[in-house]
Design a protein around this ligand. Structure first.
Ligand code: NAP
Length: 486
């Protein structure tokens, strides 16, 4: 075994929150030949794309942060989206990694050839890289509803992740299709400003109330003066979300699940006065089956006199508005599509070809499957932040991403220090991982019978079904016997 450090040329795909983190951590570890290819003209990923009114991260900001960049200056417990984008941008600037990003460079092809990854972007061939790290995000392929007549609408119409900021909603008749986290936040943010607000609900949602107070000047000053407080708060919040919520939804903490369940039911019972509206807002599936919505003001907003919850099925969209199955035309000036994202598309339409000409499209034809969410057989030196079955419960994505990158970097160290050329999980290890995963899925609340973006095209839960502790333990040290290292 050689101890000579080998120079590695590394491509990061994506310059969102995870890609920025990867650039910083790689530099810190001494990798000095790293480039990030970003499809858009700016960094920030989901926080760049989403600009809708009310955009907030429902994970407390003291937990939604890079471990190496604690921030004492959040304005609120759960900071608004633009503040998070400014945080990500500020961290990138402070660490001087912006120069490593190539913008308007969507990767269209990646092919493993001669032991390296040939990368091609829309700009053309980019040469060969020893390692690829994908940081392409989870919620970024917008779903447009397949409703007849969508193109006939005469007013302004856009998906929430493509918000048209030139359009004022003031005094207008506004309709929103969807009742996920996004629609819920928009409802509370715009209802007071519009003339009439119609929320088109196909499925009601459980809602957990959580206050989102501003930090006082004194609190901020204390966070600034005593950085250890940020760490204490981080640990407390992470315990609450990680050990608390995440364990409850995977069936490992029935007491905590019962508390969350009771809290949501009580919120509905006490938050909605009219029994008929309450009935319409009552889900027929278990709390947490769909991603739980956190909102302290949605129920109040939907009960405003100018707001209407429309539960009749949408039949078609016409020039003047939305026609429902009861024959009524809901006249609208603006139609917002809060219809979510395709979370199972991963890197597609990128063409990825691994060892021996294996196409990822074929390897994943039946379903997206990897090993430990980070690697996949036949695709050596290809590391995924947010790969198949990543832990995507309600807890901080930045924490998940940092742990996954840490795992990938331990494997990359082998490539660097042991002079290994290729590292990929053994097919039998990946098979065993996926068998164990399938066996555990029925314990999770996501598998209890509802439709959500956690369920893949084949009807199987696509999230991490174990506890947060298991995730941390698995990410801490790769089991090298599970890998082919050549
Ligand atoms: P979503 O949760 O997938 O919700 C999409 C909504 O659109 C659902 O209510 C769905 O109804 C409805 N819908 C889709 N197609 C439809 C159609 N053809 N006709 C009628 N209704 C249709 O999407 P999202 O609200 O954008 O949220 C996605 C995820 O983004 C969240 O779960 C969360 O992870 C993340 N997010 C986070 C925050 C945050 O604060 N951290 C904020 C926003 C979003 P059905 O339920 O019937 O399918």
């Amino acid at each position: 075994m050689s101890t000579t450090a080998r120079h590695l040329r590394i491509a990061v795909i994506g310059a969102g929150a995870s890609g920025i983190m990867a650039l910083i951590k790689l530099r810190e570890a001494g990798y000095d030949d790293v480039v990030a290819f970003e499809k858009a003209g700016d960094l920030g990923g989901t926080w760049r794309d989403n600009r809708y009114p009310g955009l907030t991260c429902d994970v407390p900001s003291l937990a939604y942060r890079y471990s190496f960049a604690p921030n004492p200056n959040w304005s609120r417990v759960c900071a608004p989206g633009p503040e998070i984008l400014a945080y990500v941008r500020g961290v990138a600037e402070r660490h001087g990694v912006e120069g490593q990003i190539r913008y308007d460079s969507e990767v269209v092809r990646a092919e493993f050839s001669g032991g390296r990854w040939e990368i091609e972007t829309v700009q053309g061939a980019q040469g060969a890289f020893d390692v690829v790290i994908t940081a392409t995000g989870v919620l970024h392929h917008p779903v447009y509803p397949d409703i007849p007549g969508l193109a006939d609408f005469a007013g302004d119409c856009f998906h929430t992740s493509r918000w048209d900021q030139s359009v004022s909603l003031a005094g207008k008749r506004v309709g929103v299709i969807g009742t996920g986290s996004t629609a819920t936040q928009i409802t509370a943010a715009v209802v007071d400003e519009v003339a009439h607000y119609s929320l088109f609900q196909r499925t009601p949602q459980w809602i957990m109330p959580a206050p989102n107070p501003e930090y006082t000047e004194d609190q901020t000053a204390e966070f600034q003066a005593r950085p250890e407080l940020l760490e204490t708060e981080y640990k407390r919040l992470n315990d609450q979300q990680g050990v608390g919520f995440a364990d409850a939804v995977v069936g490992e903490s029935p007491e905590m699940y019962a508390k969350i369940d009771a809290f949501c039911r009580q919120n509905l019972a006490t938050g909605v006065r009219d029994p008929e509206l309450r009935r319409k807002l009552t889900p027929d599936y278990k709390v947490g089956c769909k991603r739980l919505i956190i909102s302290e003001n949605f129920y109040e907003a939907i009960q405003k006199p100018n707001a209407e919850l429309v539960t009749e099925t949408i039949q078609r969209i016409e020039a003047g508005g939305v026609r429902t199955a009861d024959g009524r035309l809901h006249e609208l000036d603006v139609l917002v599509l809060a219809t979510g994202f395709n979370t199972h598309q991963f890197f597609r339409p990128m063409t990825v070809t691994g060892r021996g000409g294996v196409a990822l499209a074929d390897a994943w034809a039946e379903r997206n499957e990897g090993y430990m969410c980070v690697v996949t057989p036949d695709f050596p030196n290809w590391f995924m932040i947010g790969g198949p079955n990543s832990p995507i419960g309600n807890f901080s994505w930045l924490v998940t991403a940092e742990n996954q990158l840490g795992y990938a970097m331990k494997l990359m160290d082998r490539l660097r220090s042991d002079n290994a050329r290729e590292i990929a999980p053994k097919p039998e290890a990946a098979r065993a991982f996926n068998e164990a995963l399938i066996a555990k899925l029925p314990d999770t609340v996501w598998a209890s019978g509802c439709k959500s973006w956690y369920i893949d095209g084949q009807g199987r839960v696509a999230s991490w079904p174990w506890t947060y502790e298991t995730f941390l333990k698995d990410m801490a040290e790769p089991v090298l016997e599970d890998f082919e290292i050549a």
